[in-house]
Write a protein that binds this ligand. Structure first.
Ligand SMILES: Cc1cc2nc3c(=O)[nH]c(=O)nc-3n(C[C@H](O)[C@H](O)[C@H](O)COP(=O)(O)O)c2cc1C
Length: 194
């Protein structure tokens, strides 16, 4: 392996470790060509039977605002006016909006594997964007299962489901996170017969 390759792989390791879910963004919208490149890279994710079950929807700000309003309506029903107003204010400040869908399938195993593939694709995208200084937040709130959400995005409610609604932009702050120690999550399985 050349020094360059070694450096490249360290870069991947660093992105894997240091990428964080970002909750607060600056107002600037990252260039759309960077987002297109992230989608181009996302599609190289592993997918069993090569189903390529994903679709990426890059939303304009007006659609984002409509989703923010729909979400506020849903929140208002369950949690009242005050919480709805807080959510509306927060959502309308999100710079970039994207939705990722997964194709539905009658076969339960296929469905599960397709969801796994979509999650791999999302992480490809997240890691590339992180390397570009762009953060993301993945959300799977109730609004993402509402038929009206599908209509706003232009998705067929009977043919796809939502993997996530993603906000993206330049991080205003980067949270810290912790993980369990490797020793707690890794078991070496050694055959009893050797
Ligand atoms: C399938 C999925 C759904 C998620 N939905 C939400 C969500 O609705 N709201 C939220 O704040 N974070 C959501 N997240 C982000 C996680 O909360 C986040 O990954 C976790 O806190 C670990 O932080 P990190 O990504 O910085 O390591 C979701 C992540 C995944 C994988």
């Amino acid at each position: 392996m050349s020094d360059l390759d070694a450096h490249g792989f360290e870069g991947v390791a660093r992105a894997l470790r240091e990428r964080r879910t970002v909750h607060d963004f600056g107002q600037a919208l990252p260039p759309s060509d960077i987002i297109s490149r992230a989608v181009e890279l996302a599609r190289w994710a592993p997918n069993h039977h090569r189903t390529e079950p994903w679709h990426f929807y890059l939303l304009d700000h007006a659609t984002g605002l409509q989703i923010a309003a729909l979400n506020a309506d849903i929140v208002r029903e369950n949690k009242g006016d005050k919480v709805a107003a807080i959510k509306l204010k927060r959502w309308t400040q999100m710079p970039g909006w994207m939705v990722v869908s997964c194709n539905t399938d009658d076969d339960e195993i296929r469905c599960r594997e397709d969801y796994a593939a979509c999650c791999c694709a999302v992480h490809n995208m997240a890691l590339y964007l992180w390397e570009q200084g762009i953060g993301m937040k993945w959300t799977t709130g109730k609004v993402t299962r509402d038929r009206r959400f599908f209509d706003l995005v232009g998705m067929d409610y009977d043919k796809v489901y939502v993997v996530g609604l993603f906000w993206y932009g330049y991080p205003a702050s980067i949270p810290t996170q912790h993980r369990k120690p490797v020793a707690e999550i890794l078991t070496h399985v050694v055959s009893a017969t050797t």
